[in-house]
Design a protein around this ligand. Structure first.
Ligand code: FAD
Length: 351
């Protein structure tokens, strides 16, 4: 079989890459092993424009948001699903100092940070001592339906092979690559943390990061908001909520830990006034990196081998934008944003 692109992985990165290639009417095959705890299958899908104790805007967020809202809407229409919801984030201040910091920031950023006047609005549902601020707008991407909906489309079009990719069977040829019975002009790795073991890309500065989440049932929590007090709560189905996450740089495996379960149970008991019932506990490893910038582009030495990866904690906002940049680069030789282009690692990749 002769195709233009072979894509490894159908998380949010491989989904967007294959979607944009399909829009361009290019021939491609995706190989994905359907790993149940890949990062895209565990993530909440939250896009929060601010970060950290200083409540500053995240990298490129204005540009990313103006790109990704129409992009997710278009993908949602294509799949007949609701791909993205706008929600505001209710940020319960953990300390009086954090309340002060939020007050200061909201003066400078009154277009998206507020201190609502009615500070008792959630006092029937939550315990909180130092009030709350509101970040508006935030977004929640419907990862579950996007990944499974796009997968069904690819399967129906014979464009997805559900199996483990075996890198030992990858050969470089005069005109591209071959893998088993597939000849392709190029191969692009969108395989999340697996790229950190890949002989072509293992020198990239991956800094893998484990995160866990629990799912709990409850009634009476509004679904119109994301709620934050150290961790975040967002609704994923009627009466079903996601709570997470933690960030572990040192870990032995990708399994849920007893420690996180206890920590979240304690948090919910002290935070929620409404009853709750924990029904699931999940863990995954984020394809994060030292610079917190994506890895996008073609290998400087092996020109037919590329990558779309390194999405870290922000796959939902970064993947659509950089998938489009990569497609425009592959098809129209457009420049990839230098901070994301793997050209910046040419020296270490050439080793
Ligand atoms: C607990 C947690 C919460 C998170 N919350 C958010 C959030 O709210 N918002 C946000 O933007 N981001 C969040 N993230 C980060 C987000 O999950 C990642 O940035 C994103 O999912 C990365 O997507 P990806 O497609 O690059 O990689 P992945 O999702 O890891 O996808 C890789 C794909 O490749 C497949 N694959 C891997 N190896 C092989 C192989 N050898 N053969 C075949 N197939 C293979 C896997 O099955 C998978 O489908 C969270 C992460 C975690 C762990």
């Amino acid at each position: 079989m002769n195709i233009e692109l072979l894509i490894i992985g159908q998380g949010i990165s491989g989904t967007w890459l294959s979607y944009y290639l399909q829009k361009e009417k290019r021939s491609f095959i995706v190989i994905d092993n359907n790993q149940p705890n890949s990062a895209s299958r565990i993530a909440a899908g939250i896009i929060n424009p601010v970060t950290g104790r200083r409540i500053v805007k995240t990298w490129m967020i204005d540009e990313l948001i103006s790109f990704l809202i129409p992009a997710y809407k278009e993908l949602g229409d294509h799949l007949n699903i609701n791909a993205i919801d706008e929600k505001s984030l209710i940020d319960f201040h953990p300390t009086p100092q954090m309340k002060l910091a939020f007050d200061e920031r909201s003066k400078e950023n009154a277009d998206f940070l507020y201190q609502p006047e009615d500070q008792n609005r959630y006092s029937d549902i939550y315990n909180y001592d130092f009030g709350f601020g509101e970040v508006n707008p935030c977004y929640v991407v419907n990862l579950k339906e996007i990944i499974s909906g796009w997968r069904k489309r690819l399967l129906a079009a014979d464009q997805l092979i559900e199996e483990e990719f075996d890198i030992d069977k990858l050969m470089q040829t005069e005109n591209g690559i071959s893998y088993k019975a597939i000849n392709a002009e190029k191969i692009i790795f969108c395989d999340g943390i697996n790229s950190s073991q890949n002989p072509f890309f293992k020198n990239l500065p991956f800094a893998l990061n484990k995160g866990e989440a629990i799912l709990f049932e409850s009634t009476g929590i509004p679904t119109t908001h994301i709620f934050k007090k150290g961790m975040m709560i967002t609704s994923i189905e009627e009466n079903l909520f996601w709570l997470g996450s933690n960030y572990l740089w040192e870990f032995d495996d990708d399994k849920p830990t007893e420690q996180f379960k206890k920590q979240t149970e304690t948090l919910l008991k002290s935070w929620l006034k409404v009853p709750f019932n924990i029904i699931d506990h999940k863990a995954s490893v984020r394809p994060a990196n030292v610079e917190r910038r994506p890895f996008v582009g073609l290998h400087p030495v092996h020109k037919n081998i590329g990558i779309l990866n390194g999405m870290g904690t922000k796959g939902c906002s970064l993947a659509p934008f950089f998938a489009k940049q990569l497609v425009d680069h592959l098809l129209y030789k457009k420049e990839i944003l230098p901070e994301a282009d793997i050209k910046r690692f040419s020296k270490i990749l050439a080793r």
